[in-house]
Design a protein. Structure first.
Length: 161
């Protein structure tokens, strides 16, 4: 009976086993709450409880509040994606590369870039650093040019050239 009830539904992010489990929980509810005094058969009551439980599970699975769970990765797969040692090594590599790229930048160019990467506008950077907006633009252009040159040198070094 539970299979026939659960077979008619689909649960997003789940499988047939999940619906079967919900159906069995509905059956358990029927067993616990059934009263013989009401002059009704147990079979239809149990079917109604199981179907109600399955319908509730399906509707809850579709709620936006469950989106993080519906889109989550299984724990064993997530562990493959997150390797603490690799994370630390990658962070150190990014810092080294950023330092290589910024090598030779002036204090003003570094300051302007820091503000720019934090999302400040040219006007806000100019106010903060007490320079003109044109100076901000010039500093960014010089920094880009120097960083491009540093990148080319760094790349040539790594390729053994």
């Amino acid at each position: 009976m539970i299979k026939s009830v659960s077979r008619r539904f689909f649960i997003f992010g789940g499988d047939e086993e999940d619906l079967l489990q919900e159906g069995f929980l509905g059956l358990l509810t029927a067993v616990e709450t059934y009263c013989e005094d009401k002059n009704s058969a147990f079979g239809p009551f149990a079917r109604l409880c199981a179907e109600s439980r399955v319908k509730t599970a399906v509707s809850k699975a579709g709620n936006k509040g469950n989106a993080p769970l519906n889109n989550a990765l299984p724990l064993d797969f997530a562990e493959l994606l997150f390797d603490p040692e690799r994370t630390v090594i990658d962070r150190e590599n990014r810092r080294e590369k950023a330092a290589e790229l910024r090598a030779g930048l002036s204090e003003t160019e570094n300051g302007v870039l820091d503000c720019y990467f934090e999302g400040f506008s040219y006007g806000e950077i100019a106010d903060k650093m007490q320079i003109s907006e044109k100076s901000v633009d010039n500093a960014i252009q010089r920094a880009k040019s120097k960083m491009k040159d540093n990148y080319a040198k760094s790349r040539a070094k790594r390729q053994g050239g």
